[in-house]
Design a protein around this ligand. Structure first.
Ligand code: PMP
Length: 768
């Protein structure tokens, strides 16, 4: 029976070990010469305070035999991990044995062994004994939030399947033990507390999970001696589990209401937490009922353990009268009022957020639009996940700048290492610039053997056009109807999407994209008309600039030979092909490193941006040496930041990670799975007109119930997906193509989640 195994771990007795045995164990295992040992109170393990002859103080733990190896190892990994984090308070520091192990098996007698760990003694006063100041609760809340932030990235090699009785995820399994209480009134109270918990259950999967402390009570928090509110250390990670963060908060808040049921202390605690990690309204609205569930757990487990271990019944039942009193106080509290008092923390925050939006608009006017109807304030990114100020985690299926994932440690390390050492400019000789440029050029056909660096895609496109002009002496440019090439004067004036003005000294001709069924003649006519238009305005053709995936144009389907016929016409007229690979490059397409390869063409100039620096502002222009030569005749290329040593270190790290993690192949494999999922979704939804793409660049063209291309439906879907924790974008002339363009570390499990959320969103609109 599940509940039996839930409490099974309590059946193993506390290790029985005599005080006199400790010194010899410590000498043999750790080389420690013990002067004094004292037993400490413990629930399951046997714990000791040890003093050595040099005055060193230690905490020695003999682990309960009921604890699995995986769990013990996990605790060791967790403590080692935390010791490497820079926290403003201490965590237990493990001491290695003479054999260099943080955990040892010691044989007491043949066949009888114990598992032990030694830690440095941590100075401080248990928060339960501290003289608590008025900011005590709020400071502890801040402490827990900082601890959770540090734990976000903790990912042990193994996680146990074992169920832990104190784990809030198992609360409902305690229901059958309510019958241990004879008093009907108590039973009823416990049943209602668990029922309240049950109503929250469906929401838990929305909250995400990470490792949490699991028992942040006042004995596990030490306050600095002599202070009334400064957290000195957090102890005892024996209940750490992967769970929603809100469980940790509610567990900690439960101990704040002790001993006199002060909800105000719990509110202060949560308020403190919320200043570091803002909580969502959903999470805040749960806290009161989660506190109830924790009180019920406290009461039930104490009773069960008291009944099962008569020798230690007094120990296990010592808190029963307090727990009974608190359960009664909780159940008789006005629930609505209490839940609302927690939610008000969020409302206060929302008012502040509205203020932020207004302040933003006052400064930036309408020049900086926001992505969603309800703007998201992102505060953290890791891998394919981003977290908002409410602690809500979103799957990032949209951002292509963090190409190898948000906050990739290797990229950050490379950036930090070079930034600490030196950052200058390209007028000093620097091997990194050369090595990086050589590495980058290896990714291109031999003909493209020269490059320059800049800081943004726009700047690089601008430079590409200037290179083309120097080489051809011409100023006529062809662009696609809805293309986007940047925000500088020149790159914006040649962007089709802005209705190109060509007012930067260039003439621009826009070409429309032919339907997939268009004949060769239609295609050639379109391009020749554009060339003629330029000539009639007195311009010769400089070239055709094109995003090979036509991302802003909505990634339309085109006749197979479209681009090759366009390019022959362009070259015939003396023009160059400029590939703007800012969206399509660096392996995103899976089967191809660059978008131009998908068309079997070699451009004259290639422009790189976004992914090149994984978020660090850098860009590049790759070209033929003779084109760069022609440009240099007009003077040198000066760029204060382009190609600086930090950018080169970052760019190199991106290439390393791409290679080491096989990300282009991953884009291909995962892209194929994603494509198949999207196509199967198309079969189930009347709102999908088409699905197209490759690798990790996909578009879902949506239509309304009348079968017409619909900006509105796409916008609703975008906002609905945001509400369901998934970020995607919209593109195309009508912005009716949902754009999926995640970091290349996107894996199958992310595809599964994305597909599920897309399906939910489409189903929702289908029902309207
Ligand atoms: N070209 C393309 C195809 C782009 O997608 C972008 C950015 N959206 C740019 C140019 C401009 O790049 P940046 O914003 O880095 O200047």
């Amino acid at each position: 029976m599940k509940a039996q195994s839930l409490l099974g771990c309590f059946l193993a007795k506390q290790p029985q070990i005599a005080l006199q045995q400790i010194p010899s164990i410590l000498r043999q295992t750790y080389g420690l010469n013990v002067k004094d040992v004292k037993a400490l109170p413990g629930d399951r393990d046997a714990n000791f305070r040890v003093l050595d002859i040099h005055g060193g103080e230690y905490f020695f733990k003999v682990v309960n035999a009921g604890e699995s190896t995986v769990r013990s190892d996990l605790q060791v990994a967790l403590l080692v991990y935390l010791a490497s984090q820079s926290l403003s308070f201490g965590t237990p520091q493990l001491i290695a044995s003479s054999r260099g192990q943080f955990q040892e098996i010691v044989e007491l007698t043949p066949g009888e062994s114990i598992r032990v760990r030694l830690q440095k003694w941590i100075q401080g006063v248990p928060a339960s004994n501290a003289n608590q100041s008025c900011v005590f609760s709020s400071n502890l809340g801040v402490g827990l939030a900082n601890l959770q932030m540090a734990l976000t990235s903790f990912a042990p090699a193994h996680e146990e399947a074992e169920v832990l009785p104190w784990d809030m995820q198992n609360v409902l399994d305690l229901r059958e033990y309510i019958e241990l209480f004879d008093d009907l009134d108590v039973r009823n109270d416990l049943y209602s507390l668990l029922r309240r918990f049950e109503t929250l259950h469906p929401w838990f999967s929305e909250l995400g999970s990470q490792f949490i402390h699991g028992d942040f009570n006042l004995n596990n928090a030490l306050i600095e001696s002599g202070s009334s509110d400064q957290l000195a250390a957090v102890l005892d990670f024996g209940d750490a589990v992967r769970a929603p963060k809100i469980f940790d908060i509610a567990i900690a808040a439960t101990y704040q209401v002790l001993p006199d049921y002060s909800i105000q202390n719990a509110l202060d605690f949560v308020q403190g937490y919320n200043t570091v990690i803002p909580l969502s309204e959903l999470e805040l609205g749960m806290i009161f009922d989660l506190i109830g569930a924790r009180l019920a757990t406290w009461l039930i487990l104490g009773r069960w353990r008291g009944n099962h271990d008569p020798d230690r019944a007094a120990h296990f039942l010592r808190n029963e009268s307090t727990a009974l009193r608190l359960v009664k106080a909780h159940i008789t509290t006005d629930r609505n009022e209490a839940v609302n008092s927690f939610k008000r923390i969020y409302t206060r925050d929302m008012v502040m957020k509205d203020t932020l939006v207004n302040r933003r608009r006052a400064i930036f006017q309408n020049a900086l639009p926001l992505m969603y109807d309800k703007p998201i304030q992102l505060v953290k990114g890791e891998g394919v996940w981003v977290t908002d100020d409410g602690g809500r985690i979103y799957l990032d299926a949209y951002n292509n700048v963090p190409h190898v994932g948000h906050g990739h440690p290797k990229i950050l390390a490379a950036l930090h290492e070079q930034a600490v050492r030196l950052n200058t400019n390209t007028r000093y000789l620097d091997d990194k610039l050369i090595i990086y440029a050589e590495r980058l050029l290896q990714l291109f056909p031999n003909a493209l053997g020269a490059c320059l660096f800049a800081c943004s895609g726009s700047e690089a496109n601008d430079l590409a056009i200037r290179l083309g002009r120097s080489y051809t002496g011409a100023n006529g440019i062809i662009v696609t109807r809805n293309s986007y090439h940047g925000s500088t004067h020149l790159s914006s004036s040649i962007s089709g999407a802005y209705g190109p003005s060509g007012d930067a000294g260039f003439q621009v001709a826009v070409i429309d994209l032919p339907a997939p069924s268009a004949t060769a003649k239609v295609m050639v006519d379109l391009i020749n008309d554009a060339i003629c238009k330029l000539e009639s305005n007195g311009s010769r053709l400089l070239g055709f600039i094109l995003d090979p995936c036509l991302t802003s144009d909505g990634m339309p389907r085109l006749p197979d030979a479209w681009l090759s016929s366009v390019v022959s016409a362009v070259r015939c007229a003396g023009g160059l092909l400029i590939a703007d690979e800012i969206q399509s490059g660096f392996g995103r397409l899976g089967r191809f490193t660059w978008g131009f390869e998908a068309h079997g063409l070699i451009p004259d100039i290639v422009v790189l941006g976004k992914a090149i620096g994984n978020g660090h502002p850098m860009s590049a222009v790759v070209t033929r040496p003779e084109i760069l030569d022609a440009f240099s005749e007009h003077g040198p290329y000066l760029n204060t930041f382009g190609g600086n040593p930090v950018s080169c270190a970052v760019g190199m790290a991106v290439l390393d990670v791409m290679r080491d993690q096989n990300l282009q192949i991953q884009a291909q494999l995962i892209g194929d799975i994603l494509g198949a999922e999207l196509r199967s979704l198309q079969c189930q939804s009347d709102l999908i007109a088409d699905v197209r793409g490759q690798g990790l660049l996909w578009g879902i063209e949506v239509k309304n119930a009348n079968g017409l291309a619909s900006t509105g439906v796409a916008k609703l879907l975008l906002n609905s997906l945001r509400g369901h924790g998934v970020l995607v974008g919209a593109t195309g002339p009508m912005r009716n193509v949902i754009k999926i363009r995640p970091p290349l570390i996107f894996a199958e499990e992310h595809v599964v989640l994305l597909r599920r959320r897309l399906q939910d969103a489409f189903n929702m609109f289908q029902r309207r």
